[in-house]
Design a binder for this molecule. Structure first.
Ligand SMILES: [Zn+2]
Length: 672
C-alpha cells in the first residue's frame, strides 16, 4: 500500500493521510522499532553508553512522529472513525511500551552501563539520560525477583481496575442527580446563557422547564449566581455527597484500597511511601519538602483567608441578613462582592483584545525577549483551513521551528487549550533537527461584522500555551527523550505560567491591546482593576488549594493501613484549613478524581509549586525590566533550551542564582 506515513516526510503530510493509513502504519512501525530495540538488546559487543543508552534514545523516530500526528488529530480534528482507531491502537502501543520495560536483555545492558557510570566520562545531559532510562526500568520492577515481579503485576492490575471503578462511580453519581426547576422565579440571578443551557438540558431529557446538573458548566454557575439559597444548598449537598452515600456507587472502600495498594507497591519497590516513589522524579524530591512547602504557605495565607472570610460574612449579613456563611454561600457572595468592588466584566475588556492583534503581540514579546521572528507561510500542509502555519527564525534567519496555531472551536475538537508537537528537537549525526510545535485553543471565531475578540482569560491562555510552545521551539538538546517539555511534572508549567505575567504589564499591553474600533490603547485604570481582581480573595483560594494538597499528601505520604474511616481521616486533615462548617454527609476524597483516578497522586501540590516558580522567576525579570535582554537570554540558555537535561532545581538556580522563594508569589497575591 502506498502509505504516506511509512515514507520519510518533513512536515506532517496531512493532506495525503487517510484514516485507513493509521493502523497499518502504526503496526508496521511498532514492528520496526521492536527490531531496532532487539538489535540493541542482542548486541554482542560489551554495553556502552553509545551502543545502548544513546542507541535506545534514537529508536522509534518514525513511530513517534506518526503517533503524535494521530493523537493530535484525535484531539483537534476527530471523528468516529479516528476514535475507533484510537481504541484499537492504544493497547498496541501500551503493550509495546510494557514489552520494552520487561525486556530483560535490554535492561541488563542499561544496568551494566549504569553500574559503571563512575568510570565513564559522561556529559551532564548523558548522565541524566542514563539515569532516566535506568529508573524507567527499575521503577517498573526490573530489579525484583520473579516472585515479586508477579506481585507487582497483580497490584498494578488491581490498581488499574480500582481507579477505573472509582471514576465510573463518580460519573454515575454525577449523572444520577438533577435539579429540575419549573418555577421561573427560582432562576433569579442566573445569567441568560446558563438558563438557556439548562432549558436545553431539560429538553434533551424530555422535561419542561430547566434542569441543572452536577457537571461543572452547570453546577458552578448555579452555585455562583442563583439567588435561591435553599436550592443552592440542595445542589451543593448533592455535589458533596457524590460516591459517599453507601449505595452501589460508594467510593469509600475504593479510596482505602487504592491508598493501601499504592503504599504496598511503593514498599515492594523499596520506597517508604507512594509519595516517596512519586516525588523521586519531581523537582520537590521528598514528601517532607512538599509538606514544608505547603505548611509555609499555609502560615502566610491563613490570616488573610480568615480576614477575607469575616469580611464576606459581614457583607452577606448586610445584604441578606445571613448570620453564618455555609459552603453554598461562599461563591455566591464572593461574586457579588467582586462585582461591587471592581465592576469588571468581559464585555468591557473584549474590545481591546482582538485575536489577530493579540497573536502579533505575543510574537512581539517573543521577538523582544528571544530574537525570534514569525513569518506566516502558506506552503505547509495542514489538517484544517483554520490552522495557521509559521516559520520561526532567529536573528540570523536560521530556522528555529515550524509553528502551527489552531485557534477556533469546531465540533471535531475537544475543549480547552493545549500545546503539542509533531516533531521533537534533537541532534543526530551533527544535524540539529528543529521541532514542529503547535498550540490548539478554542477562541470565538470572527463573524462577518465583528472580529474575534478575546476575554482577558483567553489572552492569558494564549500567552500560557505560547509559553509552552517556546519551551518546545527553543529546545536545544542532543537527545529527544530530554528535549523541550520532557521535564519533571512540577517544572513543566514554569515557561507557560511565567509568560502570563507579561499580560498584566503596561509595556506589553501597549504592543497590542488597542480598541478594535477606536485604536485607543487599553486604559491603565482598567489594567489595574484586572490585576486587583485577579488577586481577589487570594487568601481563601490559597487555603483551599493547600487543603487539597495536604489531603493528597496525607493519603500518600504514610502507611494508610490504619485508616478505617475516610470521612474522619479527611476531617482531621481539613481541620487546620477549614473556614466553612463541615457537612457530615459530604466527603471530598470519595470524588477526588485528580488523585484517585487521574495522575495527580502526591502531585496536587504542583499547582502552587508552579505558581511559586513563575512568580519568583518573573520578579527577576521585573527587577531588570520585563524586556531586559540579559535576563531573557539567561532564561533561554538555562531553562527554555535545556529541557530535562539536568535536575530542574539546578537549571533554576543557574537562571536565578538561588532557589525559588515564595515571597514573590505572596506579594503578587497580596498576602504579604
Ligand atoms: Zn500549561
Amino acid at each position: 500500500m502506498n502509505n504516506p506515513l511509512l515514507k520519510p516526510f518533513d512536515t506532517a503530510p496531512f493532506s495525503e493521510i487517510r484514516n485507513e493509513h493509521f493502523k497499518p502504519a502504526i503496526e508496521k512501525l511498532i514492528e520496526e522499532t521492536k527490531k531496532e530495540i532487539d538489535s540493541i538488546a542482542s548486541n554482542n559487543e560489551a554495553p556502552t553508553f553509545a551502543n545502548t543508552v544513546e542507541a535506545l534514545d534514537y529508536t522509534g523516530h518514525q513511530l513517534d512522529r506518526v503517533t503524535s500526528i494521530f493523537f493530535n488529530l484525535n484531539s483537534a480534528q476527530t471523528n468516529d472513525e479516528i476514535q475507533k482507531i484510537a481504541q484499537e491502537v492504544s493497547p498496541l502501543l501500551s503493550n509495546f511500551q510494557n514489552d520494552i520495560l520487561l525486556n530483560e536483555g535490554l535492561f541488563n545492558r542499561v544496568k551494566d552501563v549504569y553500574s559503571q557510570q563512575e568510570n565513564l566520562t559522561l556529559t551532564s545531559e548523558q548522565q541524566t539520560l542514563l539515569d532516566k532510562q535506568y529508573k524507567g526500568f527499575s521503577r517498573n520492577g526490573a530489579n525484583l525477583s520473579e516472585e515479586k515481579k508477579e506481585q507487582l503485576r497483580k497490584i498494578d492490575a488491581n490498581l488499574a481496575k480500582l481507579k477505573l471503578t472509582f471514576g465510573e462511580n463518580v460519573l454515575a453519581e454525577t449523572n444520577a442527580y438533577e435539579l429540575h426547576i419549573t418555577n421561573e422565579e427560582n432562576l433569579s440571578g442566573i445569567p441568560d446563557g446558563i438558563i438557556e443551557m439548562a432549558a436545553q438540558t431539560a429538553k434533551e431529557k424530555n422535561k419542561i422547564g430547566w434542569v441543572f446538573t452536577l457537571d461543572y458548566p452547570s453546577y458552578v454557575p448555579f452555585i455562583t449566581y442563583a439567588d435561591n439559597r435553599t436550592l443552592r444548598k440542595e445542589l451543593a449537598l448533592a455535589f458533596g455527597a457524590r460516591a459517599f452515600q453507601n449505595n452501589e456507587n460508594d467510593n469509600q472502600e475504593n479510596v482505602l484500597n487504592i491508598a493501601k495498594l499504592r503504599h504496598e507497591r511503593a514498599q515492594l519497590l523499596g520506597y517508604k511511601s507512594h509519595a516517596h516513589f512519586v516525588l523521586e522524579e519531581r523537582m520537590a524530591k521528598t514528601p517532607q519538602q512538599v509538606t514544608d512547602f505547603l505548611q509555609e504557605l499555609l502560615e502566610k495565607a491563613k490570616p488573610a483567608a480568615k480576614k477575607e472570610f469575616q469580611e464576606l460574612e459581614t457583607f452577606a449579613k448586610k445584604l441578606d441578613n445571613i448570620d453564618h456563611l455555609e459552603k453554598w454561600d461562599g461563591g455566591y457572595y464572593a461574586e457579588k462582592l467582586k462585582q461591587k468592588l471592581f465592576n469588571l466584566d468581559d464585555e468591557k475588556l473584549k474590545p481591546y483584545f482582538k485575536l489577530d492583534k493579540a497573536i502579533s503581540g505575543v510574537f512581539k514579546v517573543a521577538s523582544k525577549l528571544y530574537d525570534l521572528q514569525f513569518e506566516q507561510v502558506f506552503d505547509i500542509d495542514k489538517y484544517h483551513d483554520d490552522v495557521k502555519t509559521y516559520r520561526v527564525t532567529d536573528s540570523y534567519g536560521k530556522l528555529v521551528a515550524i509553528f502551527y496555531a489552531d485557534f477556533h472551536p469546531r465540533s471535531e475538537k475537544r475543549g480547552g487549550a493545549w500545546m503539542t508537537s509533531y516533531k521533537p528537537q534533537y541532534i543526530a549525526d551533527g544535524e540539529n533537527e528543529r521541532p514542529h510545535v503547535s498550540i490548539v485553543c478554542n477562541f470565538t471565531k470572527a463573524t462577518e461584522t465583528k472580529p474575534s475578540l478575546l476575554t482577558f482569560i483567553e489572552v492569558t491562555t494564549l500567552f500560557h500555551e505560547f509559553g509552552h510552545a517556546l519551551h518546545g521551539m527553543l529546545a536545544n538538546t542532543t537527545y529527544k527523550g530530554l528535549s523541550g517539555t520532557n521535564v519533571f511534572w512540577d517544572f513543566v508549567e514554569l515557561p507557560s505560567q511565567v509568560l502570563e505575567n507579561w499580560c498584566y504589564e503596561k509595556e506589553t499591553l501597549e504592543l497590542f491591546a488597542n480598541h478594535f474600533e477606536t485604536e485607543e490603547i487599553i486604559p491603565m485604570e482598567l489594567v489595574e482593576k484586572i490585576k486587583a481582581s485577579a488577586s481577589f480573595h487570594e487568601g481563601m483560594k490559597t487555603l483551599r488549594q493547600l487543603s487539597f494538597g495536604l489531603l493528597d499528601m496525607a493519603w500518600h505520604g504514610k502507611d494508610p493501613s490504619k485508616i478505617t474511616s475516610v470521612k474522619e481521616f479527611e476531617k482531621e486533615i481539613f481541620s487546620n484549613t477549614q473556614l466553612y462548617p463541615d457537612v457530615q454527609n459530604n466527603c471530598m476524597s470519595t470524588a477526588f478524581s485528580h488523585i484517585f483516578q487521574g495522575g495527580y497522586s502526591a502531585g496536587y501540590y504542583s499547582y502552587k509549586w508552579a505558581e511559586v516558580l513563575d512568580a519568583d522567576a518573573f520578579a527577576y525579570f521585573k527587577e531588570a525590566g520585563i524586556f531586559n535582554k540579559t535576563v531573557a537570554t539567561k532564561f533561554k540558555n538555562t531553562v527554555l533550551s535545556q529541557g530535562g537535561t539536568q535536575d530542574p532545581m539546578d537549571l533554576y538556580i543557574a537562571f536565578r542564582g538561588k532557589e525559588p522563594n515564595p515571597d514573590a508569589l505572596l506579594k503578587r497575591a497580596g498576602l504579604m
